[in-house]
Design a protein around this ligand. Structure first.
Ligand code: GUN
Length: 286
């Protein structure tokens, strides 16, 4: 193996420590940052993510409310709950874990969250502000990836970046953030012809598809920085990414592991966004 490992575990711990300190400063002013996390149903992977988010909040001294609603919850009931949280002054961030059951319109739910409390950065106002260069919140996973690239002094200006996966949660906002830093960005999707031609041209390759080990070493430019956003559970119970670590790490210059790569950063950036939402609301009160 030749690639340098880009760990998210250590960087996320440092960010969480910084959040804890800023949280104490805010508490001293009489404001405790509060995050509400709503999970609909009992999808095991989503349940683990939500539990980890809530635990990280509490460890950093933030107030958190964790609500698990049954999978048959109606859209109206969910929208009413969001409205109540929008009006609750002890809550600065609202996160509805995705994906939602099929009978609920995801767009309607996201647009119901007050943009000032949309710590996921998924609301059209926040997505638009990200696109035009004045984001209120950067979506947590791409934000975490940018922090990792910064911490490892990965040059974005002039770099060729390829993103595999065009989701609203990762791929599209990732492209906006890399573009803002001066990278030349390509977003690949499931219809892309000759995917390997695109991935092989990339100095920075970000993969967020949800398909175990789909990017292999022969699809990577020698020396490239490879960021694996995928977290997949194999039939044997083991976790793996969207990148085949074994072959990719022979070719890449630097690579994130799974687990211990992007995952911890997503949670750290959620805490940063919640803290900043609370700091903004404190500034608006003075
Ligand atoms: N599902 C997978 N990733 C995310 C995320 O970052 N936020 C929310 N709300 N749901 C998700």
């Amino acid at each position: 193996m030749s690639a340098q490992i880009i760990s998210g575990t250590q960087l996320a711990a440092e960010l969480r420590e910084e959040v804890a300190q800023r949280t104490q400063a805010l508490i001293a002013q009489g404001i405790t940052p509060g995050l509400a996390v709503i999970l609909i149903g009992d999808d095991p992977a989503s349940s683990v993510y939500v539990r980890n988010k809530v635990a990280a909040c509490e460890k950093a001294g933030l107030h958190s409310v964790h609500e698990t609603l049954p999978s048959e919850t109606t859209q109206e009931a969910l929208l009413a709950r969001i409205q109540a949280l929008n009006e609750d002054p002890s809550i600065h961030g609202i996160l509805v874990q995705l994906p939602l059951p099929d009978h609920i319109d995801t767009h309607k739910v996201i647009e119901a969250i007050s943009p000032e409390k949309d710590v996921d950065g998924f609301h059209v106002i926040n997505a638009g502000m990200l696109m035009t260069g004045t984001p209120l919140f950067k979506p947590c996973t791409p934000y975490g990836v940018m922090k990792m690239l910064e911490a490892h002094h990965v040059e974005r200006r002039g770099a060729v970046a390829c993103i595999v996966g065009a989701s609203n949660i990762v791929g599209k906002p990732m492209a906006m953030l890399l573009l803002a830093d001066g990278a030349t960005v390509t977003i690949c999707n499931s219809k892309t012809r000759d995917l390997a031609a695109h991935t092989r041209a990339a100095d920075i390759l970000v993969v967020a598809v949800g398909r175990p080990n789909m990017i292999t070493g022969d699809m990577i430019k020698p020396g490239a920085v490879v960021i694996d956003v995928g977290i997949n559970r194999l039939p044997n119970g083991k976790l793996c990414g969207d990148v085949d670590f074994e072959s990719a790490s022979q070719v890449a210059g630097a690579i994130t592991p799974v687990p211990g790569g992007v995952g911890p950063m997503t949670i750290a950036m959620l805490l940063v966004n919640t803290l900043e939402a609370a700091e903004r609301s404190a500034q608006n009160k003075v």
